[in-house]
Design a protein around this ligand. Structure first.
Ligand code: ZN
Length: 67
């Protein structure tokens, strides 16, 4: 007799958290306040590739609302 499966077991939860982490790491929307350049980066530490300014606004892509 098989046991009923929980909707999210610890292994699935771990994998899900890893996926979010990975998505977050590779999808950070950056906007340079100095020159207005916009790009997608994988680091919260990166400076603007256009003007090298560190006045950069960073938003994780998954935080954008759907509509
Ligand atoms: Zn810039």
């Amino acid at each position: 007799m098989s046991q009923p499966k929980p909707s999210l077991d610890p292994f699935q939860l771990k994998e899900w958290q890893l996926k979010i982490k990975t998505a977050n790491r590779n999808n950070i929307f950056c906007h340079c306040h100095h020159c207005g350049y916009e790009w997608i980066d994988s680091s919260f530490e990166a400076s603007c590739p256009n003007c090298d300014s560190t006045k950069v606004e960073r938003i994780s892509c998954w935080q954008f609302p759907d509509d």
